[in-house]
Ligand binder design. Structure first.
Ligand code: FES
Length: 107
């Protein structure tokens, strides 16, 4: 499945292949995408995997859990309505074509 990550200010995305069952963070780390540091490895303690999810995908995701909501208070770039932590986004076939923007502090 295809995933498109737009670095801050970029018009062209970095497109990578993700596998169902992976997190978006893991797919980005495996592809060495700059901007997804994921310092905690997905343990919900760093917020360095922050992304802004584009529609229509943002509305399709399960809502963030309380732990994710808590960590979203500590993002380096401003939190927005479509802010999510990519380690908590489980890739499923319905998310083929998923498009997210990377925050300006994650370059
Ligand atoms: Fe640390 Fe997502 S990788 S919170």
């Amino acid at each position: 499945m295809r995933i498109h990550l737009f670095p801050a200010g970029a018009t062209e995305p970095v497109t990578l292949a993700g596998k169902p069952g992976q997190s978006l963070m893991q797919a980005a780390v495996d592809a060495n995408v700059h901007g997804i540091e994921a310092e905690c490895g997905g343990l919900l303690t760093c917020a360095t995997c922050h992304v802004y999810v584009r529609e229509p995908f943002a509305s399709q995701l399960p809502p963030p859990g309380s732990d994710e909501l808590g960590m979203l208070e500590f993002t380096a770039s401003a939190r927005q309505a479509n802010s999510r932590l990519s380690c908590q986004i489980a890739l499923v076939p319905a998310l083929d074509g998923l498009a997210v923007d990377l925050p300006p502090t994650q370059t």
